[in-house]
Design a protein around this ligand. Structure first.
Ligand SMILES: Cc1cc2nc3c(=O)[nH]c(=O)nc-3n(C[C@H](O)[C@H](O)[C@H](O)COP(=O)(O)O)c2cc1C
Length: 153
């Protein structure tokens, strides 16, 4: 039995975290589309968040022996937000949240149009969030992984 990372990423932020985590823990990482996994492998699942949903979570839980779930979103990290996501996705496993970012060049036409509009609503008076939804931004750092690496090492 060994540990394997499976990730699902649209614009690349989650993939970057999966790659960094794989290096830190010295275990393989695969996209959910081409995962090479044995029956007993313990899975660390990372996926991006759209409208509070961790994409592909139920499918992955049904298919694999998932031990840890990691959601990647654009919102700033907070305990409150982590708990909101845990509830919204009905997660009973150890759960972590990482801040990814928004890369408009990697989103399709619909989301390029749609996200700045809903972003304004979400950001309200928060200047940093307003800037993020207007211009995009990248918050992926190795430092953000510290808590997860400590937990898994
Ligand atoms: C349609 C849409 C909905 C989103 N909803 C959320 C959300 O509810 N919470 C959040 O933190 N981020 C949200 N995001 C931001 C993404 O989760 C963020 O860009 C993440 O880093 C994407 O990961 P990826 O680059 O691996 O695809 C949303 C993005 C899009 C395009």
């Amino acid at each position: 039995m060994s540990r394997v990372i499976i990730y699902k990423s649209k614009a690349g932020h989650t993939e970057r975290y999966a790659r960094m985590l794989s290096k830190e823990l010295n275990i393989p990482y695969y996209s959910s589309k081409d995962a090479k996994v044995s029956e007993n492998d313990e899975i660390i699942f990372l996926s991006h968040i759209y409208a509070s949903k961790i994409m592909g979570l139920s499918k992955t839980l049904n298919k694999y022996n998932v031990k840890v779930v990691i959601g990647v979103g654009a919102m700033p990290y907070s305990r409150d937000y982590l708990n909101t996501l845990k509830d919204a996705n009905n997660i009973k496993l150890p759960f972590f949240y990482l801040r990814g970012g928004i890369d408009y060049s990697k989103l399709n036409f619909f989301f390029r149009k749609f996200l700045p509009i809903i972003g304004k609503d979400i950001a309200k008076d928060d200047k940093e969030l307003l800037r993020l939804f207007k211009n995009g931004g990248n918050f992926v750092t190795k430092d953000n992984l510290k808590e997860i690496v400590n937990y898994l090492k």
